[in-house]
Structure formats: C-alpha cells, structure tokens
Design a protein around this ligand. Sequence first.
Ligand SMILES: *Cc1c(COP(=O)(O)O)cnc(C)c1O
Length: 422
Amino acid sequence: MKLDIDKQHIWHPYSSATQPSPVFGVESAKGVHLTLDSGQQLIDGMSSWWCMLHGYNHPVLNQAIVDQTQKVAHVMFGGLTHKPAIDLTEKLITLTPAPLQHVFYADSGSVSVEVALKMSIQYWQAKGLAKKRHILSHARGYHGDTFGAMSVCDPVTGMHHLFSDLLMPQHFADAPQCGFDEAWDDTYCDNIRRHLSEHHDTLAAIIIEPIVQAAGGMRFYSPHYLKALRQLCDEFDVLLIIDEIATNFGRTGKLFGSNHADISPDIMCLGKALTGGYMTLAATLCTTDVAQNICAGEAKALMHGPTFMANPLACAVANASINLLLASPWQQWVSAIETQLKEELAECALWEHVEDVRVLGAIGVVELKKPVELDNIQPKFVEQGVWIRPFGKLVYIMPPFIISPDELSQLTHGMKQVLKEL
Ligand SMILES: *Cc1c(COP(=O)(O)O)cnc(C)c1O
C-alpha cells in the first residue's frame, strides 16, 4: 500500500496534514477481524465508530448491495422514488414511536442534525413565532461537525472558540447529572428547567443524545431525565429532538436509546448503524404535527434536498441490516456482551490511574485520570492484536454484536495489557 501517498496528501479525521499521525492500512475485513496489509489480524473493538453491528463482509449485506446495483445504484430523489426507500420507510415508521410519521433521508448524521434543527426552526416560523429559533443543548453533547451541528456540541470539547462569532448562538444546560442506575430526584431537572423558564420564548427545541452522551464524554445517564425532558418540552412549548445516531439499533440494550424512557420525541435523528456500517445514510423523522405545520408555512415545504438523498444502495443495505438484526437474538447478544464487559473490565477500577469504569449494553468505558497520547498508545493496541481508538481520557470499546465470548475476552485482555502499563 502506498502509505507515503496517504501521508502526503490525505486528511484523516481531526488530523494534521503536515504532521500526520501514523495510519494502518486495512487490506480486508471479515466478521470482527480487520486484516492489515502487513497480514496482521486485529479484533475490532470500535465497530468502525458504532456502525458495524453484524461484522464486516457479511454475505447477506454484500448480496443486498450486489442485487441493488443490478437494478439501480443511484437515482435522484426529486420527483422519483424507489422500492428500497419505501421499504426502509415502512420499517422505520413501524420501529420508532408511533407519532413519528415522516422521514427525511440525509447522507450523514451531521446533515440529519442540520435537517432536525431546520425543521424545528421552520415549525415555529410557520406558527408565527419566528423568535423561537435557538436550540437548548447540553454540556458534553456531540451532534456532528457541520456548522449547525457544531453550534449544539459541547462548547469546550466542540472547540467553539475557534469559530466563536460564526456559530449560531445556542443555550447549554448542564450535562445530565443522574447516572443510569442512580436513584432519581426531581432536583436533577432544576438546571434545565431554569434554562427553559428563562428562554422558552426564543427556544425552538431541545436536542439531546438519549441515555449515552457518546463522543462528548461517553457518559451514561438516567432514563428519568429523558422522561422529565419530554414533560418539560410540553410544559414550555419547545420541541424535543432526540439524536439517536450513536445509540440506535440496539447498542444500549434497547432498539433505540430513548426506548429506555419510553418516550416519543417530536424529531428523531438516525444514522451510523442504520446500514449495518456498510454505507453512509441517516434519517430525520418527525411527527405529523411538525410536518403539517412546516408545510403550512410560507415555504410550504421543508427546504432541504441532498444530491444523494435516499441513495438506493444505502437504503437496500439498511433494509437488509435491519432484517438481519430483527431476526437475530440481538437482545441476548448485547446483554451477554454487557455481562462479560462488566466482569472483565472490573479489575481496571482498582488501578491507580483509572478514574472510572462503566458498562452499558455493548459499550465498555475505562476513563483514565489523564489523557492518553494517541500516537503512543495506538501502536500498543495493534501489538496486542486489537483495534481500539481512545480519545482524551476515554478508552472504550463497542464491539460488533456478533463477537464471540472468546473474541471479546481477547479484546478486553489486549485492552487491559496496554492500560496496565500506562
Ligand atoms: C457521529 C454522530 C453524529 C454525526 O454523524 P456523522 O455521520 O459523523 O456526520 C451526530 N450525532 C451523534 C450522537 C453522533 O454520535
């Protein structure tokens, strides 16, 4: 592999073009294994950033793409439609809470968040309340890297100071404080209630990741907080946007993160695992109330339309992935992964340099007291035969659901070998 071309010319995520970090060439992948161009095999602990539920190179998902390629690989969505999009829509409408009835397809999670923000702003505009155009987000939230999405990311980890006067000014509540299993107390809502009571006149929506704040800190919080948010949004006339992009399709042990709280948002973003990790596709769903109001407004339409909207290949593989998931005992798999992660990561909590260990569903997190040096730690994981990519103080794994108990033990063993010696 011409890694020198990569080094000289390719930007990698959050990386320097002039002082690039080393990258590893992937030759192929199958099941939970990545094969590097050196021939070395790694167990993937990242599911390629939350996406790869069924593992790599899955015959059923491969076939879905081949079959669709022979019909139509892409076609514009303006004025045309196709079976993969219709089938996927039927599934999403059935699987998500009943009030969500309208689906907008986008080509990435960030774009689906842009669309959600736009929906909420157009909604209030149409109702003659154009002042309601700001968003209330949470500290430690992460919602994507485009400008609208960035404006609702945690102001510190989201690097707001770099773009300060260019970002839409938004409001930020404290990160949810009540842990996932912790006893609930209504005072946990004091902070968000204060923001709402002070600013509801100018607020279009609240946006939050359900149960797990992922890229902003891998924090797990109580379903009661989500329940309370739903009530507060109703009380103060503010829409609720649930960003399920990291949590959707089983990762937390429920099909959707918000299922833990049994609530229905006004707008929901789906992405990442939607296609089983095969292609980029996201969706923004909304209620009949939201859709009807937007379409009664001045524009008479939702003003968005990506070129690759509802790409047939992506929709086809999403259909195949959802069918595979629903036909599998995925709840048992995730719960077995959770039990094993709890057992095997427990000892890390006793180590001097570890701040906290937490597990929820198929997510295991070891939070260190100090940030890791990525360029230093990354090759050590590879030496151990595992693919783990920490950020800051957070070393975490979220393996494909099909990982065997043996492979999971190898993964946690490799992780602990490296962490032990820090
Ligand atoms: C990854 C992520 C996004 C952004 O999705 P992209 O496909 O990377 O644009 C948005 N929200 C959440 C919660 C995410 O985890």
